[in-house]
Design a binder for this molecule. Structure first.
Ligand SMILES: [Zn+2]
Length: 313
């Protein structure tokens, strides 16, 4: 497994304690104007925080932009109890976070603390999460893939331990840069967030990725730099690759016919093929299931790609 180094984590933790400290200080909250307008700190420096978009849909990525700090500033945030990492861009420091596809609707606090040139400060901003109807799809799969045998249940449970661990990876360094690429040259058939009626029964879990209609054998490319943290053949996902892009950003590629990378491999943006499209696992036909998790939040990969295109990092 790809291991996080300890020193940046310690630094990050100290900023977390800053957040805890400042959240007790009522005078430290930013002045909020219209939703989407920059929040302003009155004293002593002109440091501002903006949240884009000000209202996040369930399953959407969002970003916080801190302006007015030098490139060496240390900034850390928390959204919905999950860490938000900041990195310098041409237009301030950006911190990406996601509203999970099943996050509770309503207001969630974004807390941000910073330290620059001996100066510290913090913001606390409510971010409203709105519902979005992604629609419902009907699929039919063999009964053996819905009512699992004892052996399959045990196998799926073992694999869940591995995938949960991969999805919880938070390595402190941001490994990617610039716009994410599409993982295959194909159209998306079942978009992210749809509820699934499987053999007539509505699943409580919405579809947490984007399905690309691509023929078996189509090469899959890496959308960004990263490290392979899990590669294996799983009951539900079939042959699957999990890639860590740093700072809690994980991408995954399911139902492959071939995995052409291994755990620990350092992957470059555009590297192809990392695998081939297939129909392994619980599927109705060949396609690529592509998922993006941001610090545990299941977000729309297409919306995330669009956001990376506008970052100027
Ligand atoms: Zn899928």
């Amino acid at each position: 497994m790809h291991q996080a180094t300890s020193i940046p984590v310690l630094k990050f933790l100290s900023l977390f304690s800053l957040i805890a400290l400042f959240s007790l200080c009522s005078g430290c909250s930013p002045v909020l104007g219209d939703p989407g307008a920059a929040a302003k700190r009155a004293e002593p420096a002109e440091v501002t925080l903006a949240v884009i978009p000000p209202v996040a849909d369930r399953g959407s990525p969002a970003r916080a932009i801190v302006r007015g700090l030098g490139p060496d500033a240390e900034i850390a945030g928390v959204f919905d109890g999950k860490p938000v990492f900041f990195f310098p861009t041409k237009n301030g420091h950006a911190g990406l976070f996601g509203a999970d596809i099943m996050i509770e609707l309503g207001e969630h606090l974004l807390k941000v603390a910073y330290e620059a040139d001996g100066q510290t400060g913090s913001f606390e901003v409510p971010v409203r999460v709105a519902d979005r109807d992604y629609g419902t799809r009907d699929i039919k799969v063999p009964v053996s893939q819905v009512r699992l045998s004892q052996a399959d249940q045990e196998r799926a449970a073992r694999e869940k331990v591995l995938t949960d661990r991969a999805l919880a990876t938070v390595s402190p360094e941001k490994l990617w840069k610039g716009e994410f690429l599409e993982p295959v040259d194909a159209s998306i058939n079942s978009s992210f967030g749809r509820k699934t009626r499987m053999n007539g029964v509505l699943s409580p879990r919405p579809h947490a990725g984007a399905d690309y209609l691509a023929k078996e054998g189509t090469p899959v490319r890496a959308p960004a730099d990263g490290v392979v943290i899990l590669a294996g053949d799983h009951f539900f996902s079939g042959k699957a690759i999990y890639m860590d892009h740093g700072q809690g950003l994980i991408s995954m590629y399911f139902h492959l016919s071939e995995i052409l990378v291994k755990e620990g491999d350092v992957i470059r943006k555009g590297q192809s093929p990392i695998g081939l499209v297939g129909k392994t696992g619980r599927v109705t036909g060949a396609h690529l299931h592509y998922g993006v998790y941001l610090n545990g939040a299941r977000i729309d990969p297409s919306a995330f790609r669009k956001m990376t295109a506008s970052l100027e990092d």
